[in-house]
Design a binder for this molecule. Structure first.
Ligand code: FAD
Ligand code: SF4
Length: 319
């Protein structure tokens, strides 16, 4: 790790006035500094800033510095959010890690984390060894010739399904961005992962009220049952009335370069009977546009099976 200066601003204005890397829980930033993947000269500990609080009076407002474990346990949080959080990392990490930091965590692509290897995301133009190398964990959706890394956050998948937005604050004021627009697929510039401007802070995560999202879940398939990133995951909410699907939200993770909303699957579910046949037909579109690599072709069928499993979980006993 390289030497760095550490300060802890007490106000948002003071934090915005000093260039440097923001430190929340540190569970991504410090890891990557130890590996020399990130080498900030100045680190700003933002934990004294007033970016806290969970308000569930009308939808949800979650301060960016709220810890994953506190959000997971909050009674006003939709099940798909709390399940996504509880299936992330470990209890110790969830106690440290913040919601804002979770949304900004970096990919787990092993080449990205190894500075001895080329990587377009870390060093633009150097190449992407994952295209022809170890790519079992990599993405099949939203990929480019420059980068095929998956987005690692679980809770971002649930938040995208729920049309969440971010309140951002920067030197020029505040702005709101839909989470789906916030994340950028790699294209020709995999080093640009999101819409955050230099020096800008995530202040708050806002989830619009959606009463039927109380019937929601998050299914995560991984190589071992705890402390592991997703091979594939599905965040699903269903509004079922009289055995018919009135509305649906579906997003998947572990298979795409950004949290991936499946609007085609949602459209196929809407208005259909809540039956296993409907689920099979609707989920058949889950991997549309997929570009599998040598080692991750299994994800094209896994993504369909994961969506179907989540749909069954939400309708168990009703068919
Ligand atoms: C072993 C291990 C297993 C894990 N497993 C999972 C998993 O299964 N699922 C999952 O989703 N995650 C997993 N994670 C990732 C973990 O959830 C993230 O590291 C954590 O959420 C990051 O939050 P943090 O507060 O520690 O962020 P930090 O490390 O403090 O910051 C991360 C990044 O966000 C920036 N940042 C932080 N807060 C703000 C803010 N408010 N505004 C602007 N920038 C900000 C920092 O500058 C930094 O670039 C795992 C991590 C580890 C180490
Ligand atoms: S997949 Fe992306 S992060 Fe991984 S080596 Fe290629 S460019 Fe780097």
């Amino acid at each position: 790790m390289r030497p760095f200066e550490l300060t802890a601003p007490a106000t948002v204005d003071a934090a915005l006035a000093s260039p440097g890397a923001f430190l929340a829980g540190g569970t991504t930033l410090v890891d990557l500094m130890k590996l020399d993947v990130l080498t900030p000269r100045h680190v700003l500990d933002i934990n004294r800033l007033p970016l806290r609080g969970i308000d569930s009076t009308d939808g949800l407002r979650i301060g960016a510095l709220e810890r994953m474990s506190d959000v997971a346990q909050h009674a006003g949080v939709y099940p798909m959010i709390s399940r996504a959080l509880l299936l992330s990392a470990s209890q110790q990490l969830r106690n440290m890690a913040s919601m804002g930091g979770n949304l900004l965590q970096r990919t787990r692509c092993t080449y990205f984390r190894d500075i001895a290897m080329p990587c377009n995301k870390r060093e633009p133009g150097s190449g992407c060894p994952a295209l022809s190398g170890a790519n079992r964990m990599h993405a099949i959706l939203g990929t480019s010739e420059s980068c095929v890394a998956t987005h690692a956050s679980d809770v971002a998948v649930a938040l995208v399904a729920l049309d969440a937005r971010l309140e951002l604050v920067g030197e020029n004021g505040s702005r709101t961005v839909a989470l789906t627009d916030f994340y950028r697929p790699p294209g020709d510039t995999p080093e640009v992962e999101n819409d955050l401007r230099p020096g800008e802070l995530i202040a708050e995560i806002v989830v619009p009220r959606l009463d039927w999202a109380w019937n929601s879940t998050y299914v995560k398939v991984r190589d071992r049952q705890s402390y592991e990133f997703a091979l594939c995951s599905a965040a699903v909410a269903l509004d079922v009335q009289d055995s018919r699907i009135v509305d649906a939200r579906v997003a998947v993770g572990g298979v795409a370069t950004v949290p991936w909303r499946l609007t085609g699957v949602e459209a196929a579910l809407r208005g259909a009977p809540a039956t296993p046949e409907t689920f099979e037909v609707a989920a058949s579109a889950a991997a549309d546009g997929a570009r599998p690599l040598a080692e991750n072709g299994f994800k094209t069928s896994l993504v369909k099976r994961t969506v179907i499993r989540a749909l069954h979980e939400l309708t168990e006993g009703s068919h």
